[in-house]
Structure formats: structure tokens, C-alpha cells
Design a protein around this ligand. Structure first.
Ligand code: ATR
Length: 285
């Protein structure tokens, strides 16, 4: 039973069953003695508007937004930060005196993770981004500010890639193509980033990248954290490439969201340990 004096934080997405956000944030609230509660809600695409009204009616203190709602949620909010506006996607909501304000912490979370865990220098690198959803928008914006040499975006739905290319207000200049053409593009890049959900639990045997196309001098980054080592990363490791998993982005985007709700920048090592333990606990789930 939740007592009335708790601040509620929701997660809106589908699927959310395997998300480790609730356990990560609730462990942090407990660690810092904060009267908050984080609850995941499975929200189907057609139910997003009423879910946001639900947040208002129940006076939620905030929320996270995940697949597939990060772009679609914007019209239902009262305002969005300049960064979220530039990206055109929201992953964090803060209720400020009854007004729902949208933010985006995905791009900064990704950059912090890549830099801290691999020390990779993005300057002058040729980047291949797989996917054109909300996470792809944030990462495309964040890496475009790092003086990369080129950006190619491949997506299953080419219209979505076109929207990414033309609609986001940050300064990206990208070539786009359909994902089936990966063979034509992958040879000429230094860094491959998977932002799609392909390979995510429970579909863990899937990858969009044929293994033999991955070279040992490439860096392969996957934003999926469940499983920690996706099929793509496993294939890349076997090819001798350097790899970067999605756990760090998950932790850092959450740390920045936590700070927006509570004013505290949390202990990211503790967060990482909590998620790792939860992933072990749910193995075979
Ligand atoms: P997020 O907000 O986390 O980025 P999203 O907006 O739902 O989530 O985006 C999911 C991404 O995974 C999209 O690029 C999607 O491709 P489409 O735009 O063509 O739908 C991609 N994706 C999901 N399932 C896929 C599949 N089976 N094959 C290829 N791409 C897939």
C-alpha cells in the first residue's frame, strides 16, 4: 500500500516488463531516505494521451518515457526543455506545480558512458547509427556536437529516418538509407551504434548486423542493457572488435533523471551494481 505522502514516479512504455528502472530508482530512493515510489506502466500506443492525463490526475511527481513513446509524448506535455526540443524526444518528465515538463537525458547519458567506459574519441570518426526512434534522435544530436567526420542512419522504416534527418533541430548532416543496405555502408565506418530494440530480451538471438561484416578495427556500441552482452556485441567480440554495452547509458540517463526529480545526483556505481544484480536475478525470466 502506498502512503499518500509518497511522491510517485511513473514509467510509460511498452513493453516494460523487463525494465530495471523500477528496481534501480526504488533502491536509490531507499538509499537516500526519500519518500518516492517508481512504478512501471505498460502503456499501449493508443493509450498514451490518457496515461499522461492519469499522471496529472494522480499528481505524479514525474515520469520516464520509453519505447515507443519518446517522440509521441511531446504534444501531451505543457512544455519541453530546449534540449528535448532540439532532439524532438522526451525520456524524462518533471511535474512542476502541476505543469508537466519534458526533458531528454539520453544523449548526455550515452556520451558520458562512451567516454567513461571506453575513452573513445568521437572527433573525426565515421559513425553508423542503426535505428531512427527516440533514442536514435538523442544520440544523433549528442554525437553530432562532437565533430564526427560523418553520420549514416539506417532504419527499417525509411520515412522515420527521413523525419529524423529533417525534423530534429540540432545540427546534424546525415546520410540515410534502409537497414537492408547495411552491407553497402558498414565497411566505411569506425563506430557502429545500435539504437534499435533488435536483440533486446526476450529476442536475444537477433542482430541487424551480419557478423562477417564487422571488422576488428571497429567499435561496436549497443544501447540495449538486457542482455548485457547482446548478440551484436557477442558477434563483434568474436570478430575482434571493441565493444561498448548499454548498461552505462542506462545508468547515466537515469542518474540525470533522478537529479531532475530529487535534486540529488546519485551514486552511479551503486546504480550499476543494483542493475547487474537484478539482471542476474531475472536470468531466464
Ligand atoms: P526508442 O524511443 O527507444 O528509440 P522507438 O522509437 O520505438 O524506441 O524506436 C525503436 C527502433 O527500433 C526504431 O528504429 C525501429 O525501426 P522502425 O522505425 O522501422 O520501426 C527499430 N526496430 C524495432 N524492431 C525492429 C526490427 N525487427 N527490425 C529493424 N528495426 C527494428
Amino acid at each position: 500500500m502506498i502512503s499518500n505522502d509518497r511522491h510517485l514516479i511513473g514509467l510509460l512504455g511498452t513493453p516494460v516488463k523487463h525494465s530495471k528502472s523500477p528496481i534501480m530508482h526504488n533502491s536509490l530512493f531507499e538509499k537516500y531516505g526519500l519518500k518516492y515510489e517508481y512504478i512501471a506502466f505498460n502503456v499501449a500506443e493508443g493509450d498514451l494521451a490518457s496515461a499522461v492525463e492519469g499522471l496529472r490526475a494522480l499528481n505524479f511527481a514525474g515520469a520516464n518515457v520509453t519505447v515507443p513513446h519518446k517522440v509521441a509524448i511531446i504534444p501531451y506535455l505543457d512544455a519541453i526543455s530546449p534540449k528535448a526540443a532540439k532532439i524532438g524526444a522526451v525520456n524524462t518528465i518533471v511535474n512542476k506545480d502541476g505543469r508537466l515538463i519534458g526533458y531528454n537525458t539520453d544523449g548526455d547519458g550515452y556520451l558520458t558512458s562512451l567516454l567513461e567506459e571506453t575513452n573513445y574519441k568521437l572527433a573525426d570518426k565515421r559513425v553508423l547509427l542503426l535505428g531512427a526512434g527516440g533514442a536514435a534522435r538523442a544520440i544523433a544530436c549528442a554525437i553530432s556536437e562532437q565533430k564526427i567526420a560523418s553520420l549514416t542512419i539506417l532504419n527499417r522504416d525509411i520515412k522515420k529516418a527521413e523525419r529524423l534527418q529533417s525534423k530534429i533541430a540540432c545540427n546534424i548532416s546525415a546520410e540515410i538509407a534502409i537497414i537492408d543496405k547495411i552491407q553497402e555502408y558498414i565497411g566505411a565506418v569506425d563506430l557502429i551504434i545500435n539504437t534499435t530494440t533488435v536483440g533486446m530480451s526476450p529476442g536475444i538471438d537477433k542482430s541487424l548486423v551480419p557478423q562477417q561484416l564487422i571488422r576488428s578495427d571497429q567499435m561496436v556500441s549497443d544501447i540495449i542493457y538486457n542482455p548485457l552482452v547482446t548478440r551484436l556485441l557477442q558477434d563483434a567480440n568474436e570478430q575482434g572488435a571493441t565493444t561498448h554495452s548499454g548498461l552505462g547509458m542506462f545508468v547515466y540517463q537515469a542518474a540525470l533523471a533522478f537529479q531532475k526529480w530529487t535534486g540529488i545526483y546519485p551514486d552511479t556505481d551503486f546504480m550499476r551494481e543494483t542493475v547487474l544484480a537484478a539482471l542476474v536475478d531475472s536470468e531466464g525470466d
